[in-house]
Design a protein around this ligand. Structure first.
Ligand code: SF4
Length: 344
């Protein structure tokens, strides 16, 4: 195997969205520059779910890590880092997949199922058993998140223990499927290269900063490029992988755009692999969807050059609060308005 392509070669400077514009416009807030803008699939998915959630996640919480920020911004930042058991299980299994990929790339023995299980259990235990009085969560919610169920539902110790056991069982199944995945056979073909392992690629597409984070990118002889995405739950959209393929090929340069590119979505919960060839027509369809999403995001800005959002009220709340709000991490940011609407 040859050495990894340096990620810095793939990073492109993009149009600048940073500046001295205050993002938190509440009177008590110090001027916090707005965050830089980069389109991503997950950003688009959040906007599709609820405009207000999108606002709180990307703008309302910005700067909330600082003790200088307003209480509102600090609360939004804390809520942004609430998590769920399923999300934590998915993250842990993705870390195990990256560890296996590193071993394969370096010609080292693959970690055993027992090693994977022990690591995942320890990571899940740390999050699931953490309470809202935990000093680590109080000090840094990004590094030490708590469960949505614990923050909003007050899930007690015994139920969390039970949940941990259930998640550990699910992890065991996912690890078995992961270790047996055909991806590793492909990666072991003589002349194969692993080009990216769970790295964020920042690239300019159609003039807009775009982030793609493929789980794994393989190059197989003589001219195949494979974009791999591990799925640990029911959801999965192959168009996400087409976008990743577009970003990967653009980042790697002309030598790679002529390769036959495939997208592999590996469903670890049901032992299946969904594969598709990346064609120019599919890339164009995905690019059109991405451009429409960027336009929608820009329409929610007062100043697109500096990524300054419109007022919070311009970001509409979900039309049916009962549908998704109970499970929404930003519920506390909306509860006053919900209470007002109920009283009216
Ligand atoms: S609680 Fe509902 S309206 Fe508020 S941000 Fe969440 S999904 Fe949107």
């Amino acid at each position: 195997m040859t050495a990894l392509a340096p990620i810095s070669a793939a990073i492109d400077s993009t149009r600048s969205f940073t500046g001295g514009h205050a993002c938190d416009t509440s009177p008590s807030a110090p001027p916090t520059p707005c965050p830089s803008f980069a389109w991503s699939y997950s950003r688009a998915a959040l906007l599709d779910r609820c405009e207000r959630l999108y606002y709180e996640h990307y703008y309302g919480s910005h700067g909330g890590w600082s003790a200088e920020a307003s209480p509102r911004t600090r609360l939004a930042f804390r809520l942004k880092h609430l998590t769920t058991p399923t999300a934590e299980l998915g993250r842990a299994v993705h870390r195990r997949a990256a560890e296996i990929a590193l071993a394969v790339r370096d010609g080292a023995p693959q970690p055993t199922a027992a090693t994977l299980q022990a690591k995942t259990y320890a990571e899940l235990e740390a999050v699931i058993m953490r309470g809202i009085n935990d000093p680590a969560w109080i000090a840094n919610p990004r590094r030490a998140p708590v469960l949505h169920e614990v923050y909003y539902g007050g899930m007690g110790f015994a139920r969390r223990r039970k949940l941990l056991a259930a998640m550990n069982d699910r992890a065991s199944v996912l690890h078995s499927t992961l270790l047996a995945s055909p991806v590793w056979n492909a990666a072991a073909i003589p002349g194969a290269d692993i080009l990216f392992i769970d790295e964020s690629i920042l690239i300019t597409l159609d003039g807009v900063s775009t982030i793609a984070t493929p789980d794994l990118v393989l190059q197989l002889p003589p001219d195949r490029l494979i974009i791999v995405d591990w799925k640990t739950g029911n959801t999965g959209d192959i168009s996400q992988l087409i976008l990743y393929a577009n970003a990967v090929q653009a980042a790697l340069g002309a030598r790679y755009t002529t390769k036959r590119c495939e997208a592999w979505m590996v469903h670890l919960d049901r032992t299946s692999l969904e594969a598709t060839t990346v064609t120019p027509a599919k890339v164009e369809a995905a690019a059109a969807a991405r451009r429409a999403s960027v336009t929608r995001m820009e329409d929610l800005l007062d100043d697109p050059t500096h990524n300054v959002p419109r007022q919070r009220a311009a970001f509409r709340q979900a039309t049916d609060p009962n549908q998704g709000c109970r499970r929404c991490k930003m519920l506390a940011m909306c509860s006053t308005e919900f209470a007002g609407a109920k009283a009216a």
